[in-house]
Design a protein around this ligand. Structure first.
Ligand code: ADP
Ligand code: MG
Length: 329
């Protein structure tokens, strides 16, 4: 059973002042498994926040269904309290979540709403602040609005984890933070992922690529790719483009490589190690010349010091899948 599932969800914002409605989600289907760390990636305006606000029922699909543990969020199966106890949503703008006079009261807001006892609420507030790395005694009576951006974000996260949700959803949690705060918030999220199912959105691929189990790439309200970062990279691995470092005479190596069946070009990139050459080799599409290259080098006694296929990084893929979509429009 998936903990959260979107089934063919489309959503339109009603157009105001006679404007046309905005189609923000377009037949979105995916599911989140317990314990997973999902990265939701897309350019600004691609629909991330809209999607996320569907995850706790704040927005309801124009068509399709959002299911929390197999039960529809919109058909009365869930009360708001129950949803909040399962799904903790940290908004893109922490200010949306900070409205009490003191940090302690702010973090207590959620657990209070769950109807917990005062002792239990107090314990949870202390625990949550500890988990996000804030000092309870120092900050309990401070107004959240006097805090730095990073601290505000932490208080907002504390308010959510004080409800002990199993799923944590964070919408662009590092936007607006300085580099030091970004690292701190990333570390915090990584830590929280040990005990939570996490969905983290970002318009910056590097932010999620290293930490998530699966990536969902969204563009113009449509999912254009869902897979592990490794598989996404693998799918477009270009075996016909090689980069090599070979020890031996430059000219003989280059002409020898170009003479290999299937090789279209061999060019010198640079000389990194004395007595060796770094070469870029291109073969016809889907032509794998690696073994022929190996044979050539071993026959001539040119040791291969390094050989790698052209690395397309996820950034390229991201741009590719979102760019292709652009071109079709
Ligand atoms: P992201 O979070 O990826 O930046 P959003 O979900 O905020 O994207 O926005 C998706 C699309 O919906 C955009 O075209 C945006 O302009 C539009 N949109 C977002 N919020 C509203 C709203 N309240 N009313 C009308 N259109 C909206
Ligand atoms: Mg957003």
């Amino acid at each position: 059973m998936s903990v959260l599932r979107f089934e063919d969800v489309s959503f339109e914002y009603a157009g105001s002042n006679g404007e046309l409605p905005v189609k923000a989600l377009d037949h979105v289907t995916f599911s989140v498994e317990k314990g997973e760390f999902i990265g939701l990636i897309g350019h600004t305006g691609s629909g991330k926040s809209t999607m996320i606000q569907h995850m706790n029922g704040l927005l309801r699909p124009t068509s399709g269904r959002v299911l929390l543990m197999d039960k529809d969020l919109a058909d009365g199966s869930w009360t708001r309290q129950q949803i909040c106890a399962h799904i903790g949503l940290v908004f893109q703008y922490p200010e949306y979540q900070l409205f009490e006079e003191t940090v302690a009261r702010d973090v207590a807001f959620g657990p209070n709403n769950l109807g917990l006892s005062e002792e239990e609420t107090d314990a949870r507030v202390k625990e949550a602040l500890r988990l996000v790395g804030l000092d309870y005694d120092e900050l309990k009576n401070v107004s959240p609005f006097e805090l730095s951006g990073g601290q505000k974000r932490r208080v907002a996260i504390a308010g959510v984890i004080a409800m002990k949700p199993e799923i944590l959803i964070l919408d662009e949690p590092t936007v607006g933070l300085d580099p030091k705060q970004i690292i701190e918030v990333r570390d915090l999220i990584k830590n929280l992922s040990k005990n939570h199912t996490i969905l983290l959105s970002s318009h910056i691929l590097q932010e999620v690529q290293a930490v998530c189990d699966r990536l969902i790439i969204i563009n113009h309200g449509r999912i254009v790719a869902v897979d592990t970062p490794e598989n996404l990279s693998k799918n477009v691995l270009q075996i016909n483009k090689l980069e090599m470092r070979i020890r031996g005479p430059k000219n003989e190596i280059l002409t020898g490589l170009e003479a290999i069946d299937g090789v279209e070009s061999a060019e010198l990139i640079r000389v990194r190690e004395e007595g060796s050459v770094d070469v870029r080799l291109e073969a016809g599409e889907n032509v794998d010349v690696r073994e022929a290259v190996f044979d050539f080098c071993s026959t001539n006694n040119y040791p291969i010091l390094m050989m790698k296929t052209n690395e397309i990084n996820l950034e390229d893929i991201f741009l590719q899948v979102t760019g292709e979509r652009e071109a079709k429009r």
